[in-house]
Design a protein around this ligand. Sequence first.
Ligand code: RTP
Ligand code: MG
Length: 131
Amino acid sequence: MIKPDAVANGHAGAILDRIIKGGYKIVAMKYTTLSADIAGKFYEIHKERPFYGELVNFMSSGPIVAAILEKDNAVEDFRTFIGATDPSKADAGTIRADFAKSIDANAIHGSDSNENANIEGNFFFSQFERF
Ligand code: RTP
Ligand code: MG
């Protein structure tokens, strides 16, 4: 998911370009704004964390791009490709190093396991919205 900061800053196109050139195939995509309720459900795993309220506010603050990507070893490789959660610690050349400003507004989300990739894909897309 391309987060609200990156969309608002005009980076969605550049980020998608990197993703495609990085060898990821887009099998579903949508441009939408999450309600606080939906953003809260998406990040429910972090409910007890101190940053949860801010995270939900931020994720519902403007449009996002959600996508399902396909590639060999996609989940692990994509986490490396986007860089560390805190962009000041992200490796040079990663999406967060180049497009994110802070740990809260960090440009992009990547699923952290195959299981969560399936859950999150089903969260955003019906079977008729993927090819
Ligand atoms: P994401 O789920 O968004 O891809 O990010 P991530 O796996 O790298 O990090 P995660 O631990 O899942 O945290 C989700 C989002 O919460 C915000 N966060 N803030 N202030 C903090 O210590 C803190 N820790 C995490 C970040 O925006 C992170 O992307
Ligand atoms: Mg995460």
